[in-house]
Design a protein around this ligand. Structure first.
Ligand code: EPZ
Length: 418
């Protein structure tokens, strides 16, 4: 098991560069399955989730070459359409690989991705959408077998603007006969990035970023090179780290447009924020102010920033309320914060945080990706030493988080424990 050892109390100052987006990288890597021509990608973060996704593509017969920051994937000789169960469970988002495999090979076999620590994570919206596109779904012995003669473009109205289901409909419709139209599509920036990447290889995806997306089927795709967007959640995490620890930071190579609700919340808390095209600067205030937050599908406040904000608000003066509307089990991190001295009461989908509490360093356990990041923020603010265990969760989604924080002045080191 790996841990972070953090000595709290240091101010953080300086510049740091955001990595590529985990949640854009995964569906964009899947485009290389759809496209038999070489796909070269830049800015793919070197994190567990992308490593596992690339490992799956290799197992499916794709050729992958990496050199100084670029990854070239060629699926011309891809010869398998079944995602191995053991890898499927390692990573929930492999379900979007299914959409790409079906889109190209008209068949795919995969298993239920399995819930994770923030909720049941069902895929009913994905499967219902596949059925509407003419794909038969056969569920036997834990595996889901999808098959069709051809994919017929259809109008699909999503009950909920699911990010993954929207991505799967787009990927499986690229070569469809006719056109597919999604109503109530997810509007997340990662969907826009996926569409931009697909269109750079000859697909015809329109409206991404809005609730209405149309995909006109094409016959083939051509080779492409694409640089993926910056990670907006990593950017928000780094900004919150400085807001809590004190100091000032400029996050570079990022896109302020993609996290406006987070920036506004930080401003409401008293932070001084300056934005320009691809940079965000934050100066921490002497005293943070309490605010209320409610998570919503994009462009609302992102659920992935909820735990990180929860940790930060322990240092805000007054009572803050957070309502989590997206996932049913995303407050697990609060148990650990309470052990560090936080004053947090949960009632169903709401938590009330009373600040200011001077957190005290403790040995704590990461229980999921963003909850783990919340504990790192808490450790940076706490008095004394905090040991964050099970940071494998954090390494799934953050590239070199400790190195970036250390470059800003944090006293943090990674340690292997038995
Ligand atoms: C993506 O997950 C992200 N993951 C999540 O980031 C993010 O929190 C989420 O979108 C919401 O923005 C990736 O992109 C790899 P959803 P996804 O489908 O696609 C319910 C992180 O920390 N739902 O929009 O799984 C679901 O249970 C991760 O980086 C169904 O009911 O999210 C949830 O309550 C965590 N049926 C809600 O919709 C379905 O078929 C949102 O899920 C699908 C989803």
């Amino acid at each position: 098991m790996l841990s972070y050892i953090i000595q709290g109390g240091n101010e953080l100052n300086g510049n740091v560069v955001a990595s590529g987006s985990k949640n854009a990288a995964l569906p964009i890597i899947a485009t290389a399955i759809l496209n038999p021509e070489p796909v070269t990608l830049y800015n793919i973060p070197d994190i567990e989730d992308t490593k596992i996704t690339l490992e799956i593509l290799k197992l499916l017969g794709c050729k992958i070459t990496k050199n100084n920051g670029k990854i070239t994937i060629c699926s011309k000789n891809m010869n398998k359409t079944a995602i191995p169960k053991e890898l499927m469970h390692k990573l929930r988002s492999t379900v979007v690989l299914a959409g790409a495999i079906i889109g190209r090979f008209k068949e795919a076999t995969f298993s239920y991705p399995g819930g994770c620590n923030i909720g049941a994570r069902p895929i009913d919206l994905h499967l219902d959408s596949f059925k509407k596109l003419g794909i038969t779904i056969d569920e036997r012995e834990e595996y889901i077998h999808c098959k069709c003669d051809k994919i017929l473009g259809k109008r699909i109205k999503l009950k909920f603007p699911s990010v993954g289901a929207t991505e799967n409909i787009i990927l499986s419709s690229v070569y469809a006969k006719g056109a597919t139209h999604i109503t109530n599509a997810a509007k997340e920036p990662e969907i826009k990035d996926l569409a931009k990447c697909l269109n750079s290889m000859g697909a015809k995806v329109f409206g991404a970023g809005t609730g209405e997306i149309t995909i006109f089927g094409v016959k083939k795709l051509h080779k492409a090179t694409y640089k993926i967007m910056a990670d907006r959640i990593e950017t928000g995490t780094l900004l919150c780290a400085v807001a809590g620890a004190g100091g000032s930071v400029t996050v570079e190579n990022t896109n302020p447009e993609n996290l406006l609700t987070v920036l506004y919340s930080l401003k409401e808390m008293g932070c001084h924020i300056k934005i320009n095209k691809d940079k965000i600067s934050l100066q921490a205030p002497k005293q943070l102010k309490a605010i209320d937050i409610e998570t919503e599908p994009y462009p609302g406040f992102p659920t992935d920033m909820q735990p990180i904000m929860g940790a930060l608000l322990t240092k805000a003066e007054g009572k803050s309320n957070i309502k989590e509307n997206i996932f049913e089990n995303r407050f697990k991190y609060t148990e650990e914060l309470i052990r560090m001295g936080a004053n947090i009461i949960q009632e169903d989908k709401n938590i009330e945080i009373t600040g200011v509490t001077e957190l005290v360093g403790k040995e704590v356990m990461s229980k999921d990706l963003r909850g783990g990041a919340a504990l790192v923020i808490a450790g940076l603010m706490a008095k004394g030493e905090t040991k964050v265990n099970n940071i494998e969760y954090i390494l799934r989604g953050y590239e070199n988080l400790d190195i970036k924080l250390k470059s800003l002045g944090a006293n943090i080191k990674k340690e292997k424990v038995n």
